[in-house]
Write a protein that binds this ligand. Structure first.
Ligand code: C2O
Ligand code: CU
Length: 478
């Protein structure tokens, strides 16, 4: 007779699970805990690039149906996820600056959804407003002008009160905008430009995906597979890294301490490449990074780790297995990448205080819960503003390591001026749409409202926070 503890020990040691007879008793016993992680057993897929359903003179037109599918996140286990396009990881939309895209989204799920193009400069009626919900069975077209610099955007669910679970259950996908300036730089491209979509999950031993607290989510997924391996040639790669997790702060490092080169952030390329050994990414942030695997001997491996994992968690994220290059590496990383416009002088200053309200157990902005009928900030198109954002919470000891907040603006990309009065480092010097605001920190950002008028939201991008109400409305008047 095998008891649960022995079973967990066996399965943790690896391989034993598959050897067990598939009896009901055993299956229900096993489902009392998360599936064991067996790092580096699954190959990391590269998300497919979505093909337009039509290319008209005016736009590239895509059709996406949201649907539930069963997929193998952990080899041998079947997990039901919500998808864009019936694939997990969802296919990437590739757009070119100045060439509009129309995405027809059909909701084939049993829950309401709203599709937000995160980082996109789009009209309010196409922004995926939390109250602009697509009911099950409904469909609509979203129009994206792509009138903005090359950047790694993404689209994800934003239906009020549902977005955190919808995103967690799989409604996240990459949307890359490219432009001529970016393409002329000579950065690694084609199959040497690879998205890494990182998120956490809790998958039970029977394959069920459970939506629960961060500290109970032991699995780390990259492109939809648990702690995968990825074969790379001994040459430079451009990694488009996304933090798709709903509320996990990542501190990514190569286990051998190798320096990588960050070339871009949320809203596009950085002015100049930044060498670093750790990438800190809160949920929703993106990092565009060049890694030179040419420094490794073919046959060797290097593991990407999350230095912010809890002591009880496995810090491994994925493994790169280096093989011989198939040809010369002609890519390069120029010393200057892009010219950013100067930050315009601000005429308006505003303060935002983010905190957890203990009496109500809610997350608030300036003491208020999100009310879709209330306008919190009224401004005019063309206005340049400086926002001071404070996290009024205090650091919590593990396992409550998620009292971080961050801040995300719709419509406008911002520039981060300083954190606690100290100018931010070069990795945060580009166009940003999410900024980490750790407990006790005060961050100042500069932004300008351009092009559109109407109502948009700003919020903490720890989605369980914004999903409950840590969100506010900005109304831009003509
Ligand atoms: Cu990534 Cu308002 O969202
Ligand atoms: Cu928050």
């Amino acid at each position: 007779m095998i008891n649960r503890r022995d079973l967990l020990k066996l399965t943790a040691a690896g391989g034993a699970l598959a050897a067990l007879p598939l009896e009901r008793g055993v299956a229900s016993l096993v489902s009392e805990g998360p599936a064991p992680s067996r790092p580096f057993t699954a190959a990391m897929p590269v998300p497919a690039v979505l093909t337009p359903a039509a290319r008209t003179t005016a736009a590239d037109v895509y059709r996406v149906r949201m649907s539930e599918i069963s997929t193998e996140i952990i080899p041998g286990l079947h997990t039901t996820v919500r998808t864009y396009g019936g694939r997990f990881p969802a296919p990437t939309i590739r757009a070119a600056r100045g060439r509009p895209v129309i995405v027809h989204q059909a909701n084939g799920l049993g829950v309401g959804t709203s599709v937000h193009l995160h980082g996109g400069h789009v009209a309010p009626e196409h922004d995926g407003h939390p109250m602009d919900v697509l009911a099950p069975g409904a469909s609509r077209a979203y129009h994206y002008p792509n009138d903005q610099p090359a950047a790694a955007l993404w689209y994800h669910d934003h239906a009020h009160l549902l977005e955190s679970e919808n995103v967690y259950r799989g409604l996240h996908a990459a949307y890359l905008i490219s432009d001529l300036a970016e393409r002329s730089l000579g950065l690694p491209a084609g199959r040497y430009e690879v998205p890494l979509q990182i998120r956490d999950a809790r998958i039970e031993a029977d394959g069920t995906l459970t939506y629960t607290r961060a500290q109970d989510r032991p699995h780390i997924l990259v492109n939809g597979r648990e702690r995968p391996f990825f074969r790379v040639e001994a040459r430079r790669y451009r990694l488009r890294i996304y933090n798709f997790s709903v509320d996990r702060l990542l501190r990514l490092q190569l286990a051998d301490g190798t320096t990588v080169t960050q070339v871009g952030t949320d809203g596009g390329l950085l002015p100049a490449p930044v060498p670093l050994t750790e990438l800190r990414m809160s949920s929703g942030e993106r990092a565009d990074v060049v890694v030179d695997f040419g420094r490794y001997r073919p046959g060797t491996s290097v593991v990407l780790q999350n230095a912010n994992a809890l002591p009880t968690e496995n810090a491994d994220v994925m493994r790169f297995d280096v093989v011989a290059a198939t040809g010369p590496d002609q890519s390069r990383v120029p010393d200057r990448l892009v010219e950013l416009p100067p930050v315009p002088p601000a005429t308006v200053q505003r303060d935002f205080v983010l905190r957890f309200d203990r009496p109500t157990l809610k997350y608030v902005i300036n003491d208020q819960l999100y009310d879709p009928d209330r306008v919190d900030v009224r401004t005019r198109r063309g206005t340049s503003e400086i926002w001071t954002i404070t996290n009024a919470d205090t650091p919590a000891p593990p396992p409550n390591f998620h009292l971080n907040h961050n801040f995300h603006t719709h419509l406008a990309q911002f520039r981060v001026l300083d954190r606690n009065g100290v100018p931010v480092g070069p990795a945060e010097a580009g166009l940003k749409d999410v900024v980490l605001v750790a407990p006790g920190d005060t961050v100042r950002i500069a932004l300008t409202w351009t092009t559109y008028t109407g109502r948009y939201v700003v919020h903490c991008h720890q989605l369980p926070h914004s999903g409950e109400a840590q969100m506010a409305t900005v109304e831009i008047l003509p």
